[in-house]
Design a binder for this molecule. Structure first.
Ligand code: AVI
Length: 327
C-alpha cells in the first residue's frame, strides 16, 4: 500500500484482478462474482442513476440526515480543533459536499483526502470538488483502503474525520467488515473520528423495491456485470438468457442480488480459456447488502476500537449515520 501511483498501469492491474475474480467465482459452487466488478464506467453511470430512483431511498435518506446535521457532525468531530476530512472511496461527493461545506463554514478552509485505488477517479474528484466548493483543498490518496489506511500524520493539533458513508460497509460480510474497520482504526490517532453510514432493517417490500426498481435500472446494473465480462474477457454471455433477482434474506439480514440462468447453457470466457456450465435456474450471487438493526453499527464500531459518540437518523428510522471516536 502506498500513496505513490502504482508502476503497473491502472487498467492492466484491474484486468488482472477481474480475470482472477471471475476464474475463482465462476468455478466455485455456488457461483458468485464480487460486487466491485459492477463499477466499470457503464456500471458507475448506472449506479449514479440508481441513487436517483424513487425506490432507492438510501441515498436521499442519508443526504437528508447530512443536510440536517452536518454542522453538528463537524463540530462534534472537531471538538474545538482544526479538522481534516478523509473519505474512503472517491464518490460523487454529492453528500460529502454537505460535510465539507460545514467544515469550511467552521474553520475557513479544509483539507479533503479522498482515498481510492483509482488515480483517474481521484483526479476527477479533485477537479470537481475544488471547482465546486471554495475553501476545500483536495489531496487525493491513491491506496487500497481495504488493506489499511496509511495517511500522513495530521498537522500539530489537527483532528481527522474519516467518512465511510453511502452504506458501503453494507456490501461486506462481517468477517470482512470487522477487519476493515480495525485497519481504519489502526491508521488513526486517539480522538480522531469515523463517520459510518449504514442502512437499517425495514419492511421487506421497501427493501426489495429498492433493489428491483420498476424502471429496471438495477436489473441493467446487475446484468452489466456480464456485459463487462463480454467486453473485457471475451466472454459470450447472452444477457437475455439471465434474469436479475433481488431477494431479502431475513435470517442473514441482507438484500441479495443474483443473476439467474433462464435455461441450461454453456458460456465461454475466451481470456480464461474457460467453459462454464449453467443449469436452468442456477444463479450467480453478485451482491450482499447488509441491513443493520439499531445499535449494531455502534457495536461494530466499539469492536473495532472506536467509542460510539453519536448516531443520527431520519424521522422514519430507515438509515443511520454513526460517529465513532478512536480510543
Ligand atoms: C454501493 N452499495 C452501498 C449499493 C447497495 O445498496 O448495496 C450498491 C447497489 N446495489 C444495488 N443497488 C445499489
Amino acid at each position: 500500500m502506498t500513496t505513490v501511483v502504482s508502476p503497473i498501469p491502472e487498467t492492466e492491474a484491474i484486468q488482472e484482478a477481474v480475470a482472477q475474480a471471475v476464474q475463482q467465482g465462476l468455478t466455485a459452487t455456488p457461483k458468485r462474482l464480487p460486487p466491485w466488478l459492477f463499477y466499470d464506467d457503464a456500471g458507475s453511470l448506472l449506479f449514479d442513476r440508481i441513487t436517483e430512483l424513487p425506490e432507492y431511498y438510501l441515498t436521499r435518506t442519508e443526504r437528508g440526515i447530512l443536510a440536517h446535521h452536518s454542522d453538528a457532525m463537524i463540530r462534534r468531530a472537531a471538538e474545538g480543533r482544526r479538522l481534516r476530512v478523509a473519505e474512503l472511496g472517491a464518490g460523487s461527493a454529492d453528500k460529502t459536499r454537505l460535510l465539507l461545506a460545514a467544515a469550511v463554514a467552521l474553520q475557513g478552509t479544509v483539507v479533503y483526502e479522498p482515498v481510492d485505488v483509482s488515480p483517474s477517479a481521484l483526479a476527477s474528484a479533485k477537479e470537481r470538488i475544488e471547482a465546486e466548493i471554495p475553501g476545500v483543498v483536495v489531496a487525493p490518496r491513491v491506496m487500497d483502503y481495504m488493506q489499511g489506511l496509511e495517511l500522513a500524520p495530521p498537522e500539530e493539533g489537527e483532528r481527522r474525520l474519516v467518512l465511510y458513508i453511502g452504506s458501503s460497509i453494507g456490501n461486506f460480510d462481517s468477517h470482512e467488515a470487522e477487519p476493515l474497520l480495525e485497519r481504519v482504526r489502526a491508521g488513526l490517532s486517539p480522538g480522531d473520528c469515523l463517520l459510518l453510514g449504514v442502512d437499517l432493517v425495514k419492511d421487506e417490500p421497501t427493501l426489495v423495491a429498492a433493489y428491483e426498481d420498476a424502471a429496471g435500472v438495477t436489473a441493467c446494473f446487475n446484468l452489466n456485470l456480464l456485459a463487462r465480462l463480454n467486453r473485457e474477457l471475451g466472454a459470450d454471455f447472452n444477457l437475455e438468457a439471465f434474469a436479475h433477482r433481488a431477494v431479502w434474506n431475513a435470517q442473514r439480514s441482507r438484500m441479495e442480488m443474483h443473476l439467474a440462468s433462464r435455461t441450461a447453457q454453456q458460456v465461454r470466457i475466451a481470456a480464461l480459456d474457460l467453459e462454464v456450465e449453467f443449469a436452468a435456474g442456477e444463479t450467480i450471487h453478485t451482491e450482499n447488502s447488509y441491513k443493520y438493526l439499531p445499535g449494531q453499527a455502534e457495536a461494530r464500531l466499539s469492536a473495532a476500537g472506536f467509542q460510539p459518540a453519536k448516531t443520527w437518523t431520519d424521522p422514519q428510522g430507515w438509515f443511520a449515520v454513526c460517529m465513532g471516536r478512536a480510543i
